[in-house]
Design a protein around this ligand. Structure first.
Ligand code: SF4
Length: 336
């Protein structure tokens, strides 16, 4: 096993609504990402993947609240740090975050180089404007971005170029962990490909040490990440390599999710598509027992009464279901 860059143990976070209701959006999440590895997080809208991304930043502001658990980045537990300390010493350098439609966050009246100068200043890095410009120019060149962007305003850039520029700015301090939340979802196909290539380059050249990539587009994860983790109702229900998760999902929810998509490169484009019945539960009051039970075709009384534990198999895979892996595979085989 390589050096662990990000380790999360038993993380619980919640939203508190303006009506003082608790929404348990991240429930007992534990995961590890090693140096040089990428982990994709998949699931339907509302499954908690974007909240997990925000929670991992360790930068909590209402309505999001930390409840318990550890977030350890290269040995530093940021869950125990004050938000101001996280902002000053962790964000940008240890962990960087690219939110959905990040390109819209750029102030259109500022030159791109000013954003980069602000990043260095916010981290107390003493460098002259010339030195910062040289660092930025070199990084932009390596990432295939024209140097003249540095002296342009955000409003002068296309959507795809703006998004790639935001990614270059966010990773200028070479963070240990990059969390990218749907970084290409608002772009056309050509721009999407360029964003994905850029993220691969950042990993390959060591400018980011590890990556969490969140998307509802599973075919994208299959092509980008080493592992895929499936979330349902705020919990991790399965994790395996991208290959295993596409060809051999074990958990009934993962099985349903994978059955509802086509991964053209995987050679399964002719298979029958299936739809998952129902909708994810309301996390103000999640179902007792297994949270997937109301939608699971295999649910039993035990599933509705008792929460399944996470079980590990094949040395690196995990899933959360009362049924054994053998039993689930037997059931799936009988349905074909
Ligand atoms: Fe379905 Fe039961 Fe497994 Fe939950 S524990 S996924 S309800 S079989």
């Amino acid at each position: 096993m390589g050096k662990v860059m990000l380790e999360v143990n038993g993380l619980n976070t919640k939203y508190i609504t303006r009506f003082h209701e608790d929404v348990y959006s991240v429930n007992n999440v534990s995961l590890k990402v090693e140096e040089g590895k990428s982990l994709g997080i998949a699931g339907e809208s509302g499954c908690g993947k974007s909240t997990l991304a925000l929670s991992l930043m360790g930068y909590y502001f209402a309505p999001l609240h930390y409840m318990s658990g550890d977030i350890i980045i290269d040995g530093k537990n940021i869950a125990r740090m004050k938000p101001e300390e996280v902002r000053k010493t962790v964000l940008g350098s240890d962990i960087a975050y690219i939110p959905q439609a990040a390109m819209n966050a750029l102030n259109p009246t500022m030159k791109i180089i000013r954003f980069i100068e602000d990043v260095f200043k916010a981290h107390g890095i003493q460098m002259t404007k010339k030195e910062i410009y040289d660092v930025a120019r070199e990084r932009f060149a390596i990432l295939g971005l024209p140097e003249d962007i540095l002296n342009r305003h955000a409003v002068e850039l296309s959507g795809g170029m703006k998004q790639r520029t935001v990614i270059a700015i966010s990773t200028i301090l070479s963070p240990k962990v990059l969390i990218a939340d749907e970084p290409s979802s608002a772009l056309d196909v050509t721009s999407q490909k360029m964003v994905i290539k850029m993220m691969r380059d950042l990993m390959a050249k060591g400018y980011i040490k590890s990556m969490l990539f969140i998307t509802h587009e599973l075919p994208l994860l299959y092509n980008v990440t080493d592992d895929i983790m499936v979330m349902y109702a705020g919990q991790i229900v399965e994790r395996g390599t991208a290959q295993e998760m596409v060809f051999d999902p074990v958990h009934p929810y993962s099985k349903g999710l994978m059955g509802s998509i086509i991964v053209p490169e995987s050679g399964v484009k002719d298979r029958k598509l299936t739809a998952l019945p129902g909708t994810p539960p309301n996390l103000k009051n999640p179902p007792a027992g297994c949270r997937f039970a109301p939608r699971c075709p295999y649910a039993t009384a035990a599933c509705r009464g008792m929460e399944p534990q996470t079980t590990y198999f094949d040395g690196h895979r995990e899933y959360k279901c009362h049924f054994s892996v053998e039993k689930l595979r037997e059931v799936y085989a009988s349905e074909q």
